[in-house]
Design a protein around this ligand. Structure first.
Ligand code: COA
Ligand code: AMP
Length: 629
């Protein structure tokens, strides 16, 4: 069936469409219907009973795939590869789940997972969903304070962590960060499970910390516990406009149905195929397409502990694809830009047999046409941009390879997927004409697998996503649609920026800068960067009478952001200015500052208090090397 017919079929009968998709899942009790008009934005398959881990692991063993690799771990940083079959995965997960259960973790309890790219991270996630516990994975590049904020919001009964992570050329000790986070948090977990890694084993706190292996000694493996379709499988925190991250809730049944549908229809992956998403379990891509999606599909997933370049070189991606026969490869455009910068001619690509590969999928930020072209010219394969968010959990717009490979239009993530009625709206909420820029919104209800609300924050959910355009979900992205229905995602409408495919909040960084005793006020903006897409730049106005040299204040705020948010914020550029450009009502003109930094034309804001300040900002930016080139 062609995409157009499929999309029209969904529109004509959404209930029938999703009930049919639900047939891909093993239910302990089949749902009576697909959509339930309940909760702030609707729910899916709410009266079904189902278990995520059963669908991702056990059922494939029952179906005769026990000896097939479920997970391949490839770590160019340690120089090792390992493979775990579906049968071994089931046994390992059941054992860990049994250990958690024996220590009192049950249905609805939260478990925070703070781990690097090792198979045990996926095992920890699956062990939680096996017993109905709700996991919340925290990205390893976040510092202790960010972890503490999540501990206080999720209130976990347990935390599962590794002793360390590995970045090129350095070991990142996770355990001291974990200890500091628990120390700083108001909520205290009852116990921690620590995976000891050879590179840096951790000191365990007696009575609180248990080693991964020892806690499982003599344990009776846990069975899969069926849960209601609207039971949360996980909470994943993502950046909003403030320092308080948003806890995106993922309900069990919709997640299973949507991911199963997407694996087949978007990524064209079937049981037995090898799928590789080179992201991190700490991000939504890692949840959906390193852990759950490929496993629900009965495919083999690759867990990659390395970087696109430097581990050891710009040929790593192609080596991994060849070695493990990956059929589809998913990464962020920034990673390809990093490869292209080191290997502009693509010499490494030619050294590998990539005949196994059918397509490359890009997401996390806008895929710039140059990057797509560069890859297409060298791989001679479809290079597919697709657009989605932590909130949606799977693609809003894509080129659905499993249905029909639509012509690629570079700069566009192609067309809306079934379930998403995407509209481009003006400020008053009216649809705009094709080609006109507007706010991108999705008519409610959102499809299965998307967020039903925010953890502990239903009011914030309504205010952030539902209030602006009644009847719609506001994506926070702006863009336009062309005459043929292709979407173009151009910018965020809020203070969220995207640095190397990582979603970050400038508001959160401003909170950290404001905490410096010398800083009177500040602004952080995201400026265009040829490698990372965007980079944060801070502007600081110092308090009267401060005699600390500017350079020292800058050094100190850079260190503060690294210590409080984490290295992933990549906050390295800041400058001291006398004043910030503001409107007469006192609003900082961040958008105008971004335009100056990016070397774009801008109209002088009519409400600006003092236009001369913009010259000072431009001078400061030039001092930092912006606009680039
Ligand atoms: N644990 C600890 N530290 C981490 C980390 C982790 N899991 N991940 C990143 N960091 C650190 C890095 O070591 C770096 O530290 P440094 O400032 O001391 O150099 C810092 O955080 C910034 O990291 P990053 O922005 O990733 O920059 P980089 O220079 O190390 O690498 C790229 C640049 C483009 C190669 C890399 O960002 C990349 O592969 N991006 C793809 C991202 C992606 O897949 N996103 C998921 C969406 S699909
Ligand atoms: P995250 O929640 O971390 O996945 O980030 C989601 C945000 O990243 C989106 O709201 C967009 O701003 C941006 N984004 C992700 N994928 C794309 C894409 N393919 N094109 C443009 N922007 C994207």
């Amino acid at each position: 069936m062609a995409y157009k017919d499929l999309y029209a079929g969904w529109k004509a009968d959404p209930e029938g469409f999703w009930m049919q998709a639900a047939a891909a899942i093993d239910w302990d009790r089949a749902p009576s219907r697909a959509h339930f008009d309940q909760g702030p934005a609707g729910e899916w398959f709410a009266d079904g009973l189902v278990n995520t881990c059963w669908n991702a692991v056990d059922r494939h063993v029952e179906a005769g795939r026990g000896d097939q690799p479920a997970i391949i771990h490839d770590s160019p940083i340690t120089g090792t590869t390992a493979s775990i079959t579906y049968r071994a995965l089931r046994d390992r997960v059941a054992s860990l789940a049994g250990a958690l259960r024996d220590r009192g973790v049950g249905k609805g309890d939260r478990v925070i997972i703070y781990m690097p790219m090792v198979p045990e991270a996926l095992e920890a996630m699956l062990a939680c969903t096996r017993i109905g516990a709700i996991h919340s994975v925290v990205f390893g590049g976040f510092a202790a304070h960010e972890l503490a904020v999540r501990i206080d919001d999720a209130r976990p009964r347990a935390i599962i962590a590794a002793s360390c992570g590995l970045e090129p050329g350095r070991v990142v000790p996770y355990k001291p960060l974990l200890d500091a986070a628990i120390e700083g948090a108001r909520h205290k977990p009852e116990f921690c499970v620590i995976l000891q890694r050879d590179q840096q084993p951790a000191q365990l706190v007696p009575g609180r910390d248990f080693a991964w292996d020892s806690i499982q000694k003599g344990v009776t493996p846990a069975d899969c516990l069926p849960v209601e379709g609207n039971h949360p499988a996980y909470v994943l925190y993502t950046s909003g406009t403030t320092g308080q991250p948003k806890g995106v809730i993922r309900h069990t049944a919709g997640h299973l149905v949507a991911l199963a549908w997407s694996m087949r229809n978007i990524y064209a992956i079937e049981a037995g195929d090898v799928f590789w998403a080179a992201s991190d379990v700490g991000w939504v891509v890692g949840h959906s397409y390193i852990c759950y999606g490929p496993l629900i599909a009965g495919a083999t997933t690759i867990v990659f502990e390395g970087k696109p370049v430097g581990t050891p070189d710009a040929g790593t991606f192609w080596r991994v694809i060849e070695d493990h026969k990956a059929k589809s490869f998913f990464t962020a455009p920034t990673a390809i830009r990093a490869v292209k910068r080191e290997d502009p001619k693509g010499d490494f690509i030619r050294r590998h047999d990539l005949s196994c590969l059918q397509a490359v999928f890009l997401a996390g930020e806008r895929a710039d046409p140059d990057t797509i072209q560069w890859l297409e010219d060298r791989l001679h394969l479809p290079v597919i941009d697709h657009w989605w968010q932590t909130e949606t959990g799977w693609a809003i717009a894509a080129n659905p390879l499993g249905i029909e490979a639509l012509p690629v239009r570079k700069g566009s993530p192609s067309v809306p997927m079934p379930g998403y009625d995407v509209q481009v709206l003006d400020e008053a909420g009216h649809p705009v004409a094709p080609g006109t820029l507007g706010a991108i919104a999705v008519r409610l209800p959102l499809p299965p697998g998307t967020l039903p609300s925010l953890w502990n924050a239903e009011d914030r959910f309504r205010a952030s996503y539902l209030a602006h355009f009644p009847g719609f979900y506001e994506t926070g992205d702006a863009g336009y649609v062309d005459e043929d229905g292709y979407l173009y995602i151009m910018a965020r409408t809020d203070d969220v920026i995207n640095v190397a495919g990582h979603r970050l909040s400038t508001g959160a960084m401003e909170e950290v800068l404001s905490g410096h005793p010398a800083v009177a006020e500040c602004a952080v903006i995201g400026v265009a960067d040829s490698l990372k897409g965007q980079m944060p730049v801070g502007f600081l106005c110092l308090k009267k009478g401060v005699d600390t040299p500017d350079a020292q204040v800058v050094r100190e705020v850079v260190q503060r952001v690294r210590d409080q948010i984490g290295p992933v914020a990549a906050f390295k550029l800041a400058c001291v200015v006398d004043r910030l450009p503001k409107t007469r009502s006192g609003k900082i003109l961040r958008a105008t500052m971004v335009k100056i930094a990016d070397g774009e034309e801008f109209r002088m804001p009519a409400t600006i208090d003092d236009p001369a300040i913009l010259d000072e900002i431009a001078t400061a930016l030039r001092g930092l090397g912006y606009p680039q080139g």
